[in-house]
Design a protein around this ligand. Structure first.
Ligand code: GUN
Length: 283
């Protein structure tokens, strides 16, 4: 029997509908939620991601402003833009699209965003709250979307063994914390480029989250029959097709699996909309 294929688009759409209702209420109380997106340079993939975020804002009734900065913008210039948005009371959420080209320290930029407008959840104050076991603040959108999908799937998370492949600032690290936090209660192994016996760790896991950015890395014989497999990776192949970090044949072994595209991607955007609504409510 093949894996159940999760409907990320459907779940994202229902979250966006909830956000839209929240936006209507907020607008009635005199606040127009407003997301500012900063993009440096013209990386084609980043332009697509940013356009998708703006379209989601339109669907939810959230105002969005795109600030395009030329490639080669300095760290000081990017932080100056962030500072202006921090001081603009009409802006509730600020996002600087990653990767930022050139010699810009993304950690410095993340730290420059006001924590209450940090809809990416990358500010040390927001990540720090998560480390302290408090998952009620602004959380990074991709791992938050993954947790929502797993909860919706009916997977038993408490006590489950979860392998998180990748330790990135944007996905792997916050993902691991969110799965281990009280209330979710998974037992998490972080697998990274220096890990040994990765296949055995994966095969022993009830949940695998692949977030390494290497196409088709997780093979069917890495997966425990019936396991929940989440594919965060998205790479473009030479023929233009999109592939994840998980070999599609894994569907023959797993019990539940997220597709690429149409899985985690739409959820990331829906959670960004939710964070923007939360930031506007908290303003
Ligand atoms: N690039 C890839 N994912 C993300 C994300 O979640 N936020 C930002 N700002 N940039 C990204």
């Amino acid at each position: 029997m093949g894996a159940v294929v999760a409907d990320g688009r459907g779940l994202a759409s229902s979250i966006e509908q909830d956000v839209s209702r929240g936006v209507v209420e907020l607008v009635e109380s005199g606040i127009m939620p407003h997301l500012a997106v900063v993009i440096v340079g013209e990386d084609p993939a980043s332009l697509v991601y940013v356009r998708n975020k703006q379209r989601a804002c339109e669907r939810c009734g959230i105002k969005s402003t795109l600030i395009g900065m030329p490639e080669g913008s300095s760290q000081e210039e990017v932080i100056e833009t962030v500072d202006e948005l921090n001081s603009d009371d009409s802006v509730h959420g600020i996002l600087v699209q990653s990767p930022i080209p050139g010699d810009v320290d993304e950690l410095e930029v993340a730290s420059a965003i006001s924590p209450i407008k940090d809809v990416d959840g990358f500010h040390p104050a927001n990540l720090g709250r998560l480390v302290q076991g408090d998952a009620s603040g602004l959380l990074p959108c991709t791992p938050a979307g993954v947790v929502r999908m797993l909860e919706h799937s009916g997977a038993q998370l408490r006590g489950a063994k979860a392998a998180v492949l990748g330790r990135s600032r944007i996905v792997g690290m916050p993902m691991s914390l969110m799965l281990a936090v009280k209330g979710i209660d998974a037992t998490v192994t972080i697998v990274h480029s220096r890990s040994e016996d990765v296949e055995t760790i994966c095969r022993d896991s009830d949940i695998i989250i692949a977030a390494i950015g290497r196409p088709r890395t997780v093979k069917p014989d890495w997966v425990k029959p019936g396991a929940y497999v989440v594919d965060v990776g998205i790479s473009r192949e030479d023929d233009g097709g999109l592939v994840g970090d998980v070999d599609p044949h894994v569907a023959e072994v797993a019990g539940w699996m997220t597709p690429v595209p149409g899985g985690v991607g739409p959820m990331t955007i829906a959670l960004l909309m939710e964070n923007t609504l939360t930031a506007a409510r908290n303003s």
